[in-house]
Ligand binder design. Structure first.
Ligand SMILES: [Zn+2]
Length: 376
């Protein structure tokens, strides 16, 4: 294998994917890239839907261009969802052992990426990202949120070595997936707050440049809300750009702090509850957007009651949009805006607000303080 391109970590110590292409027709550039980089044999990993969108085409094109490609179609669970759990990761690993590829290609949405990034980390192979929807910010991150025996855990994994985000593909994604990506971005309002809160109250590691990157990605995304709601090329490009930048911020920082706070913990809590009940899954970003609005309301009530807060956090909360404004935006882009619209019953909604901080015992969110100190 003669590789011209660096593996993650070689170029700058952080392991940023190179290249990151976001344009019409970008998927077609993946095949020449693979061959040029010396990857003769690839395993394309997709689900049934994304295999039809781009996975089969990538495998065929690689074959036509003189390479060899296998296609692994990850199977759904008993409820009918493709999830990033031990069974899916194992399926990808077994297919890779059969095909013996030089590289894997994640051709799909966030779940396929999480399966591939952990499989690649485990078997020591690089992977290339070909996202099929602007639905999450995790494409470029190196942490894999996985379900292990029904519990949501985040494990160290591999970041892609290159990203080919094809606007022709992304613009054709269902609006629900576009709205979910928007919801995942809105979640940065509360994740950025919780990150500062953790720094101020528990000395959690913090990096201002990374926070600024995430803030500007969020602002750019929100300023394109109207175009995103219409699913125009301009809107989808702005959303995907923001999602990629948020992912790169996580990669830069090395942990998910910039992009994941109490709103993500609530989303994970709901996801595990649905899984235990054998219910169909709801899109990650849809849950995050709704949870962000819930958390914003909770935090602002806390501040309004004059409860203790570090000065930096009080100032941030003053600038934080309220839940109704966030719900209005979610609705405008065509996503669910309330727990009820997600199918989350009042009891589960309340329980998540009380217990979701247990999902990440190492994070000091304001949600944790509120729940650990009922008397303040
Ligand atoms: Zn997320």
């Amino acid at each position: 294998m003669n590789r011209k391109h660096g593996t993650p970590g070689q170029r700058d110590g952080i392991g940023l994917p190179d290249p990151i292409r976001l344009k019409r027709g970008a998927a077609d550039e993946a095949v020449p890239y693979l061959l040029d980089a010396g990857f003769k044999t690839a395993l394309v990993v997709a689900d049934e839907t994304t295999a039809g969108v781009i996975g089969r085409r990538l495998a065929e094109r690689l074959g036509e261009a003189g390479g060899t490609a296998g296609l692994a179609v990850i199977l759904p669970n008993a409820a009918g969802d493709v999830v990033a759990d031990e069974a899916s990761v194992m399926q990808a690993i077994v297919e890779a052992q059969r095909v013996r590829p030089d590289v894997l290609v994640a051709a799909g949405s966030g779940t396929i990426h999480d399966i591939v990034r952990y499989a690649c980390y485990t078997i020591g192979l690089p992977f290339v990202s070909v996202p099929t929807a602007p639905s999450v910010d995790g494409f470029t991150s190196k942490g894999a949120p996985l379900l292990l025996r029904g519990e949501k855990i985040t494990l160290p994994a591999a970041a892609p070595i290159a990203v080919f985000a094809d606007l022709d593909v992304l613009c054709a994604a269902p609006q629900a997936l576009i709205a979910a990506g928007f919801g995942d971005m809105l979640g940065k309002y509360t994740s950025l707050f919780d990150w500062v809160y953790g720094r101020e109250t528990a000395g959690e590691p913090y990096d201002e440049e990374t926070a600024a990157m995430t803030r500007s990605a969020l602002a750019a995304c929100v300023s394109h809300a109207e175009a995103i709601s219409r699913g125009t090329e301009e809107g989808v490009r702005a959303l995907m750009q923001a999602l990629i930048e948020s992912g790169l911020a996580m990669l830069r920082f090395g942990q998910s702090h910039p992009a994941s706070g109490a709103e993500h913990h609530i989303s994970h809590y709901w996801e595990m509850a649905f899984l235990r009940a054998g219910r169909r899954q709801v899109l990650h970003g849809a849950k995050v957007g709704v949870a962000c609005a819930e958390v914003a309301d909770l935090y602002q009530r806390y501040a309004a009651e004059g409860k203790p807060l570090p000065g930096a956090c009080r100032r941030m909360l003053a600038d934080l949009p309220d839940g109704d404004w966030l719900r209005g935006l979610l609705r405008a882009v065509g996503g669910p805006a309330s727990a009820a619209e997600l199918g989350v019953e009042p009891e589960l909604r309340e329980r998540a607000l009380r217990e979701a901080h247990h999902v990440r015992p190492n994070r000091h969110t304001l949600l944790r303080t509120i729940n650990d100190n009922p008397n303040i």
